[in-house]
Design a protein around this ligand. Structure first.
Ligand SMILES: Cc1cc2nc3c(=O)[nH]c(=O)nc-3n(C[C@H](O)[C@H](O)[C@H](O)COP(=O)(O)O)c2cc1C
Length: 205
């Protein structure tokens, strides 16, 4: 698929065909895409934990939301149909360590030096490549944040070592009809609103 078509087609999908698992080689291509992402200082501090066995996916949702019967929340019922979840983790320490190396020299590990916490920025870079690969493979996905107060239990459930922060999760699968997110009522900002040229407030090239 042309990149322009991938960009045009991508949208968040929140309900999936639960009878159709994602083939192993497709999972590999989606996960491998994350490794192509740029990263600050080439730290590559983003780590993925993919859950594609039904019992693994069920464990994830049990920790985050209880048993399936516990909900009449249609968002949750839709998301629970995803046969693949990719949980996305970052390590702040990996970035502070990398930038303390001689070529960077930030040996004080002072977070005030960072224009933005690149340990989070890099997860966005990796996630977007996965989202685009999902579209290229003919599937759908949604990036979402699980409840923050459940992340310590996810760490324990899946044996994630201390020092890794959960940034978000991608639900992935073959698309089923879903409801339009209410957030989309906000509309898409126009180029004139988003882009300034040469001087803030100037919108002409
Ligand atoms: C950082 C981030 C967090 C998000 N969290 C959620 C979420 O918790 N639940 C959800 O349904 N969608 C979530 N989304 C998806 C957005 O709602 C969606 O991207 C936005 O409404 C635009 O719609 P589109 O992706 O279909 O273009 C998230 C997206 C991003 C980038």
């Amino acid at each position: 698929m042309e990149l322009s078509e991938v960009l045009r087609r991508r949208r968040s999908v929140r309900r999936f065909d639960s009878d159709r698992p994602v083939p192993a080689e497709t999972i590999d291509r989606i996960l491998d895409a994350a490794l192509r992402a740029p990263s600050a200082g080439h730290t590559q501090g983003v780590t993925l934990l993919a859950l594609d066995e039904p019992d693994q996916v069920a464990s994830f949702w049990r920790v985050c939301a209880g048993e399936p019967a516990d909900t009449d929340d249609s968002w949750l019922r839709g998301m629970r149909t995803a046969p693949l979840l990719v949980t996305v983790w970052t390590s702040k320490a990996a970035y502070l360590d990398r930038y303390a190396e001689p070529d960077k020299g930030w040996t004080d590990r002072d977070e005030g030096r960072w224009t933005a916490p690149y340990w989070y920025v890099d997860t966005g870079m990796a996630v977007l490549l996965m989202l685009q690969t999902v579209v290229d493979e003919g599937l759908g996905a949604c990036f979402f944040g699980p409840p923050a107060d459940k992340t310590h239990r996810l760490l324990k459930e899946f044996g994630v070592p201390q020092g890794f922060d959960l940034v978000g999760v991608l639900s992935v699968g073959y698309r089923a009809p879903d409801k339009r997110s209410p957030s989309l009522k906000r509309g898409r900002r126009t180029t004139a609103e988003v882009v300034h040229r040469g001087q803030w407030g100037n919108h002409l090239a």
